[in-house]
Write a protein that binds this ligand. Sequence first.
Ligand SMILES: NC(=O)c1ccc[n+]([C@@H]2O[C@H](COP(=O)([O-])OP(=O)(O)OC[C@H]3O[C@@H](n4cnc5c(N)ncnc54)[C@H](O)[C@@H]3O)[C@@H](O)[C@H]2O)c1
Ligand SMILES: O=C(O)C1=N[C@H](C(=O)O)CCC1
Length: 251
Amino acid sequence: MLKIIVSGCNGHMGRVVAGLCAADPQVEVVAGFDVMGTGDGSFPVYASPAQFQGKADAVIDFSSPAALDGLLAFARTTKTPLVLATTGYTPEQVAQIGAAALEAPIFRSANMSLGINVLLELVKKAASVLGDSYDIEIVERHHRRKVDAPSGTALMIADAAAQSCGHETEYVFERHSVRQPRDKKEIGISAVRGGTIVGEHEIIFAGHDEVMEIRHTALSREIFAQGAVEAAKFIAGVTAPGMYDMSMLVK
Ligand SMILES: NC(=O)c1ccc[n+]([C@@H]2O[C@H](COP(=O)([O-])OP(=O)(O)OC[C@H]3O[C@@H](n4cnc5c(N)ncnc54)[C@H](O)[C@@H]3O)[C@@H](O)[C@H]2O)c1
Ligand SMILES: O=C(O)C1=N[C@H](C(=O)O)CCC1
């Protein structure tokens, strides 16, 4: 039985992850980390990782960038593998994650769904063929509670397009203050927030007299939670420190 800690256990994603684990005979949630609330009593909840004295095979984190320091310290001292699904990290935090991965296994993805990780490969292919003459724009839509913008997934998609389009790129997040035609090197990224939208990502390749779109729609949070549990099963079996991601699970 795999012993899992759910970080952000009282949030929207944390509760879905805990529910999936409860229904999975291979997995047991031994603790939760959360700064708010105590949970439903099915496992103990700690306000910070430093308070947890037990052992676990992996931590699944859907919380906030504010939780990162405590999680990285926990991974470094206990060598417990982390699955980081939280988005909105600063570039400095991303560097800290890389440094911690020299001492413990860390799995990180801004989107744990199977579909988005297949979509990334489609975007790379499309950008390599069309990227020279077609304009690339990304539109993402999420629920009104989401605090980071653009989504981590939109940035991941932009990175995939940038690495494959064969020319220098510049990400453009707003056009309001710009009064000039679009430059070839731009990748536009637009964020929409409203209601209870779970998550939508649309990549537009706009060329002369032709538009191609690739779209992914998340219809529930279970697709992310399921991917995170699969990632935890994978990383729990890894002893070597390093960075791991969904490309290792999507073959
Ligand atoms: N990678 C993916 O596939 C994926 C999918 C969905 C959401 N997310 C990301 O997961 C994160 C959480 O999303 P959500 O919708 O569940 O948010 P949420 O606000 O519903 O839940 C976050 C939880 O984390 C807790 N928390 C906040 N700061 C904390 C800290 N310092 N230490 C411990 N717990 C803390 C909150 O109390 C809350 O219970 C966001 O960054 C979101 O973008 C990633
Ligand atoms: O609900 C969220 O918040 C989501 N965040 C991730 C992101 O920022 O890309 C993945 C989709 C859902």
